[in-house]
Design a protein around this ligand. Structure first.
Ligand code: SAM
Length: 350
């Protein structure tokens, strides 16, 4: 075994998959949602603990890395006024008490892009201060899935904390070339849900944005006309995200945990269709072998809530090199081992 980690707020295990692919072993997981638990059980043959607030931290096994994509909640202003950061009553408090008890060498937290500005920056400040008080040197950055060969413009705040003064260097993450939606599409099949030409409007001269998005048109959905100025009807349609259509030559906008209808429309080969569920899972970097269960709506929710696997893989590789190996918790290859790829070694004959 290489190193051990725990998977908190586990969802469908996006973090877990990325760390397992880098030699990590999951020794504890927690997820409160019954459907997410079912998917987790099915794919990892592991039973996650339900509500993290009910876990006795002393019962959690020893681990090297704590992983958590935790829900974003404001912290008490009262605490701040009294000169301390009051995290009690929030789910971050549960992360804190586990860190305090177990002192893993690294902690990786994931949250939405706007975490950094949530509650006027107070939420991030409280989290970083709390980690530093527990002995962790912290560094954070907003990462985008599109920089890790996944054709989705999905920005997430990633915080990495390490013991013993190690400062995680995000610049060393292995970035990859941008890909496009067409690279993850399924072969033509009868399940594709095409729109009729009368159901959408294409715009003239679509342009690629820096994010890789190419907005090409919108669905002609019925909209409330009351209060809409003359000649601005199309704008009202465009402004609704589920009405927007993007070219398969570019990236896809962020898949949302709120979008249980899977209203993601692409323009491909001169036709407009909905992305399939399988394509949505590919857009988050999950392999086709990943097993699904439950209603379509729930499966859309789960994938919109997940973390992008190839981005996690890049983080896991560097956590290993920069934090775990330098701490001696991962066995370093001996001289009789030959490196065949960045992290694979095979015995060489001497
Ligand atoms: C943003 S999602 C994280 C998804 C995960 N990183 C993945 O790759 O799928 C947050 C998760 O925390 C779970 N959650 C919320 N409150 C919880 C609690 N008290 N105990 C355990 N899990 C909880 C939610 O059900 C949700 O699946």
């Amino acid at each position: 075994m290489n190193f051990k980690f725990i998977d908190l707020f586990a969802g469908i295990g996006g973090f877990r998959t990325g760390f397992e692919r880098n030699g990590g072993s999951c020794v504890f997981s927690s997820e409160i949602d019954a459907h997410a638990q079912e998917m987790y059980r099915l794919n990892y043959n592991d039973e996650p603990f339900s509500d993290i607030t009910k876990v006795d931290e002393r019962e959690i096994p020893h681990h090297d890395v704590l992983l958590a994509g935790f829900p974003c909640q404001p912290f008490s202003i009262a605490g701040e006024k009294k000169g301390f950061n009051d995290t009690r009553g929030t789910l971050f408090f549960d992360i804190e008490r586990i860190l305090k008890e177990k002192q893993p060498k690294a902690v990786i937290l994931e949250n939405v892009k706007h975490f950094k500005s949530h509650d006027k920056g107070n939420t991030l400040k409280v989290v970083l201060t709390a980690l530093e008080e527990l002995g962790y040197t912290t560094h954070w950055q907003v990462l985008n899935a599109k920089d890790f060969s996944v054709p989705q413009n999905r920005e997430r705040t990633i915080i990495v904390g390490a013991l013993n003064g190690i400062k995680f260097d995000f610049s060393k993450l292995e970035r990859r070339d941008m890909t496009s939606i067409k690279d993850i599409l399924e072969e033509d099949n009868e399940a594709f849900e095409y729109l009729d030409e009368s159901e959408y409007t294409l715009i003239e001269n679509p342009k690629r944005q820096a994010s890789g998005l190419i907005f090409v048109g919108y669905r002609n959905k019925k909209i409330r006309t009351k209060g809409t100025r003359a000649d601005t009807l199309h704008l009202s349609r465009v402004h609704k995200q589920p009405n927007r259509i993007y070219s398969s030559q570019g990236t896809h906008p962020t898949l949302s945990s709120q979008e249980s209808g899977g209203r993601y429309f692409i323009y491909h080969d001169a036709r407009v269709r909905k992305l399939t569920l399988k394509e949505c899972y590919r857009l988050m970097g999950f392999a086709d072998e990943f097993k699904h269960i439950g209603s379509k709506a729930k499966r859309y929710n789960r994938i919109g809530n997940s973390i992008v696997v190839p981005m996690v893989e890049a983080i896991a590789k560097e956590v290993k090199v920069q934090i775990l190996e330098s701490e001696g918790s991962v066995e370093k290859p001996s001289k009789v081992m030959k490196q065949t790829s960045l992290f694979d070694f095979e015995e060489s004959s001497i």
